[in-house]
Design a protein around this ligand. Sequence first.
Ligand SMILES: [Zn+2]
Length: 175
Amino acid sequence: MRQNDWIYCTAVGQDSHRFMTPAERASQPERPLVLGGLKIPDEMPLAGNSDADVLLHALTNALSGLTTRNILGRRADRLCLDQGITDSAVYLREALADLASGHWELVHISLSVEAARPRLADWLEPIRDRLAGLTGLRAGQIGLTATSGEGLSAFGRGDGMMVICLVSARRPDLV
Ligand SMILES: [Zn+2]
């Protein structure tokens, strides 16, 4: 068997979460806002069964778009509700394992965040570095932009956060 060429593919993933209500916040005062695997201090956390890491969920969904094996939903619910695993990095690892078993090599990740809060300017580089660590890519292969959305949507009004992720990957075209 020899490698003839590369097959390139792209896939999209999306996710959104609302911020916790003050009552929910009061019942879980230790819960942090988690974005891209980083704890962002002094910000209202997002609501969800897991750590509600909207960036990692959008990325995981995009990887599922490549592998056609969905993680978020039944598989993540099993990890979260049955095994108590709320760290979204574990869900991402499942998607990366599916990717590897399909001989896919990730070549680029592009993430676009819509949110009025928190202010992400100072966090973009640390999050890219963290995503590089989680995926094995270089930070230079990971694009991350953020827009306030001008108040046009619930995300732009500060009710929650929404992320769209596009992933590009290649695999050998074996003949
Ligand atoms: Zn989610």
